[in-house]
Design a binder for this molecule. Structure first.
Ligand code: ZN
Length: 372
């Protein structure tokens, strides 16, 4: 896959987790590896009927050559989203996680998004006035310490938008979230916010996050201890993922990936994307691919990669369509970035991409038309 070449190969105990942190592949990886479990827990339910309507619909072709050429060009010719500074900051952040992540975890601090002031500044963020460091790290010579702050103690300093405009966008995004969350429930998916501040004792029910995580534990029939691990795992991974009928969002991490979208706008795009995977039965289709590979006693990496790209293309076109319908434009460039990196656009033959586009637009429009 695309992103793997850029991933460092350091082998520490937590290497698989740490490598996933802020990684470009985290998004796609979480969507498919974690979601293998998803299907097993999807029992019969009213969500099944809705999903069935979109099955095997990847054949119709109605969009014109001209229209599709424009759609393709918009994706292929879009500017790479993450500039050099962001890439560098991400690299430093990964190095920080690699060197210090274990100690934060062992100290029972969730703090899954901690970094030094310098790293935050490279992400275009500043430490809020009056914030106390959550910890200190020693430099390599063991002579000096550097303060460490969690992302929740920082704020963006990029592209200031007027409060009025920001709040209006947030209200609009909430309309979209309300719509999407109702649809999520319709296909029996549960939405959970994964905290990014200090590790929250799961026995404490009096916090919102504590309740979220307890619900998550019950839903996946596991213990709080295991959830502690999962919590860490989820938080280190992508900004959004689905497993066992749960769509998990790490809202603080979302701020890093979508610096100029409001929290509601970023959240809407993530929910729309994950909802699309569910509506179009991607997990089931992925499992079938997996079974075929099993039957041949080998794992066809190409086939896996190909089916992943089909799914990512469909999920993201779907999200794009929904965002457009609700007048959310801030997430558009992130969608293009996702399509370019994980979609089918690196192929010469775009016929398949076209079918994916059509299928996702039909699925999205069908959902929008069903609104009361
Ligand atoms: Zn996905």
């Amino acid at each position: 896959m695309d992103g793997e070449a850029g991933v460092k190969q350091d082998q520490t105990t937590l290497a698989p987790l740490v490598r996933a942190a802020e990684s470009n592949i985290a998004f796609a990886f979480a969507c498919f590896l974690i979601s293998l479990l998803y299907t097993m827990f999807m029992g019969a339910g009213r969500g099944k009927n809705r999903r069935a309507r979109f099955a095997n619909a990847r054949t119709l072709q109605t969009v014109s050559d001209h229209a599709f050429t424009e759609i393709t060009a918009a994706v292929v010719n879009s500017e790479p989203l993450y500039d050099t500074q962001y890439a560098q900051a991400t690299e430093e952040y990964r190095a920080f996680q690699r060197d210090h992540g274990t100690s934060f975890f062992l100290a029972d601090r969730m703090c899954n998004t901690p970094a030094t002031r310098t790293i935050w500044e490279k992400f275009g963020r500043e430490v809020k006035p009056g914030e106390q460091p959550i910890d200190r790290i020693l430099d390599r010579q063991l002579t000096a310490t550097t303060n460490v702050f969690d992302i929740s103690q920082t704020r963006s300093v990029r592209e200031p938008v007027s409060t009025v405009e920001w709040e209006a966008r947030e209200v609009n995004a909430q309309r979209c979230n309300d719509f999407l969350e109702e649809e999520l429930r319709g296909v029996n998916l549960i939405l959970v916010s994964i905290p990014s501040a200090e590790k929250i004792p799961l026995t404490s029910e009096d916090t919102r996050h504590g309740k979220d995580l307890q619900r998550f534990a019950r839903a996946v029939h596991t213990t709080f201890d295991e959830i502690n691990e999962l919590n860490f795992d989820f938080a280190l991974g992508g900004v959004g993922s689905s497993a066992n009928s749960i769509v998990a969002i790490n809202s603080d991490r979302v701020e890093l990936k979508y610096p100029d979208a409001t929290p509601g706008e970023a959240r809407a795009r993530i929910i729309a994307h994950e909802l699309a995977h569910a509506l179009m039965s991607h997990q089931q289709e992925f499992l079938k691919t997996y079974d075929r590979a099993d039957a041949r006693a080998g794992w066809p990496g190409d086939e896996r990669d190909h089916i992943s790209r089909i799914h990512e293309t469909e999920a993201e076109f779907f999200a794009q369509h929904i965002m457009k319908e609700f007048g959310i434009s801030a997430t558009e460039k992130y969608s293009r970035e996702h399509l370019r990196r994980y979609g089918l656009f690196n192929q010469e033959d775009l016929q398949e991409t076209r079918q994916c586009y059509e299928r996702s637009i039909r699925t999205a429009q069908d959902l929008l038309d069903s609104r009361h």
